[in-house]
Design a protein around this ligand. Structure first.
Ligand code: CA
Length: 484
């Protein structure tokens, strides 16, 4: 969708009150009015305990329908409430993207014994000691659901690794041994082989497992009408499986489903390799851009703003880039903490929402609240989304030509009368920059729309002017309304 905007509709510290689906249903028309076009919802199926965010997945078919793991509802509500929310979002014209966790399962129902070998956590190709029989919770009977929707029951041979042995009561990474088993080869090479992330690691090389998960994807889309997937932890999953899963679900549902993968790495080469290996069948979060935002926000005026886009997906593979400022893993207190400091967030959102490249995501914690504390950024994000919808069109010229003051222009296009904009950002003192919109804009009077600059500028015969930005801030300039 042209100039679409996604919202990640959850953060890490939300209350376990079962109200998120109800809140989302009530919020649907507001989200559409504000300019959002898609909603990324959290893992919506039963986890190992009710308060879990959903990433410790137990049963992919239980969206809050069966009495399992201590309750019927999930942290976010019941299946009926989720269906109601999806219907409300579709009614408002928004797409719904499901957070999809296929790397691992948690909360096994019973213990099983099998052969395994401990491996070095820093190099999972190196064995520690000799293979032995261990015991872990790898049996899944799904007593509450029974055989409804799927009769597949999971066992130790459906997994490639676990993190606990009950025989010796030891916490370690164990690689499960069996015919044809081993770490998947199509994964990230950090720690030797990064197949194993946590809990019971699913053996995606096993044809029965791959077929069951593909069936589930087809079932979930048909059952709920999801418009696509946010694929969790793809860095730890065989890229052949990822590609086949998405292709298969698109084919069996006959729908052009959207997909974005979480390959959380600051290494642009690793992302590009994954993109090639998956035939560019799914977009990727621009984690390197997030890390640049993190660095810029923590280094203050010593960060060279002209390097802000260096080594990012928007620079190297813009067609696949899903751009974000913050998410549930980077926010303070979470597993991959690398948060972007508050003073820089308006600048970062200005860039992802107004530049030509990328499909931007707004984080719930930045738009609404974190742990019930209201975000200070909602007003500026609303202004920027509105600017994206009205002005962010046409050719783009980058002005990443100064260590502290950088920006870009969008030259506008005929299909959107009055469109075109200037974005300027400074991480130091007040800045000015001569920028050109092109001769078609000659003589126009422009003003600033975030409220940080009061004067107007008149574009010269070439469509150029000196635009200004206050220190440590962003400025967004557009044509004055009376001229439109
Ligand atoms: Ca894995």
């Amino acid at each position: 969708m042209k100039n679409g905007v996604m919202i990640q509709y959850f953060e890490w510290n939300m209350p376990n009150d079962g109200q998120l689906w109800n809140q989302l249903a009530e919020d649907a028309s507001h989200l559409a009015e504000q300019g959002f076009t898609s909603v990324w919802i959290p893992p919506a199926y039963k986890a190992d305990e009710q308060q879990d965010e959903g990433y410790a997945t137990y049963d992919l078919y239980d969206f809050g329908e069966f009495d399992q793991k201590g309750s019927i509802r999930t942290k976010y509500g019941t299946r009926a409430e989720l269906e109601n929310a999806v219907a409300a979002l579709h009614e408002a014209g928004l797409q719904v993207l499901l957070d999809t966790v296929l790397n691992h399962k948690a909360g096994g129902d019973y213990a099983e014994r099998f052969e395994a070998v401990e491996v070095d956590p820093d190099d999972r190709n190196t064995e520690i000691g000799t293979p032995r029989e261990i015991e872990a919770m790898t049996g899944y009977s799904f007593e509450g659901r029974g055989d409804k929707y799927s009769s597949y029951k999971w066992h130790w041979y459906d997994f490639s690794g676990v993190d606990y042995d009950a025989v010796t009561e030891s916490n370690a990474i164990f690689r499960i041994i069996g015919e044809g088993k081993g770490w998947s080869q199509g994964v990230d090479t950090e720690n030797g082989n990064y197949d194993y992330l946590l809990a019971n690691d699913i053996d995606l090389d096993r044809p029965e497992v791959a077929a069951e998960l593909e069936y589930w994807g087809h079932w979930a889309v048909n059952e709920f009408g999801f418009d696509g997937f946010r694929m969790d932890a793809v860095k730890h999953m065989d890229y052949n499986f990822i590609r086949k899963f998405i292709d298969s679900v698109r084919h069996t549902t006959g729908r052009d489903l959207y997909a974005v993968g979480e390959y959380w790495s600051g290494d642009i080469e690793a992302l590009l390799e994954f993109a090639t290996n998956t035939g560019e069948t799914l977009d990727l979060f621009d984690a390197p851009l997030h890390y640049n935002f993190h660095a810029a926000s923590t280094q203050g005026n010593t960060f060279d703003m002209s390097t802000l886009l260096h080594g990012t997906l928007v620079e190297r593979k813009p067609g696949l880039a899903v751009t974000l400022v913050e998410n549930h893993d980077s926010q303070p207190g979470s597993s991959l903490e690398s948060n972007v400091e508050d003073w820089f967030k308006p600048l970062a959102y200005g860039l992802i929402l107004l530049m030509k490249e990328g499909y931007p995501v707004v984080f719930y914690g930045d738009y609404y609240s974190t742990g019930c504390v209201a975000s200070p950024h909602r007003k500026i994000i609303d202004i920027l989304i509105d600017a994206r919808r009205n002005y962010a069109y046409g050719d783009q010229e980058l002005y990443f030509d100064h260590p502290s003051c950088v920006g870009l222009v969008r030259k506008g296009e005929e299909a959107h009368p009055g469109s075109g904009l200037v974005l300027l950002m400074s991480n130091d003192c007040d800045g000015t920059k001569k920028m050109s919109l092109g001769e078609t804009h000659a003589g126009e009077i422009w003003h600033e729309i975030t409220g940080c600059v009061n004067h107007e500028v008149t574009l010269d015969e070439h469509g150029s002017a000196e635009f200004t930005v206050p220190g440590c801030n962003l400025a967004v300039w557009v044509m004055r309304p009376s001229e439109q």
